[in-house]
Write a protein that binds this ligand. Sequence first.
Ligand SMILES: [Cu+2]
Length: 202
Amino acid sequence: MSTRHALIPLAVVALASCGGGDTGTAPTAAPVASVSLNIAAAQLGVGQTMQLNATPLTGTGTVTTGTATWSSSATSIASVSSTGLVAGLAAGQAMITATIAGKSASATFTVAGSGGGLPLAAEVTMPGNTFSPFLTTIAVGGTVTFRFGSVDHNVIFANVAGKPADIQIIRNANIARTFNTRGLYPYDCTIHPGMSAQVEVK
Ligand SMILES: [Cu+2]
């Protein structure tokens, strides 16, 4: 196998020299004619990552050598590291491009939350014996983290189908609840009259 493959790059170099007006210096590696990516298109959630790999190819499809530089067409939607690790940042679409020796290939990444761009995570704080914000809207399957400060509170959900477990009296803690059913979930702190708010799951 090794003797047969050794002949192929030599033939490619010879052809490239004829057509390209090469100065005659023997190249150390077969020239890059195209770049192949392991992924053409993909979907990512916000906060998820995916590894892209770029392979430089000669005109006959033989793998040659070369290091890719990476770029994103929309860095606020998806970023890409110097090694091709793509990260979803916000809902939208971004083209990730790898360039090797002047040749490039692109992959389209669609970043989406499951609720049409709604966040999958949100926080509720408790300033001055209120819940803030009053209305928290998340995508179905999302998580709300209740951040309890130095004052005791609880979170008691109204009796709505699909509500998560109540949070009993606690302070100085962050407690998360996941909402797997669409709906409106009012909740109260029963220690402080009027300390009420809602989670809307879409
Ligand atoms: Cu309270």
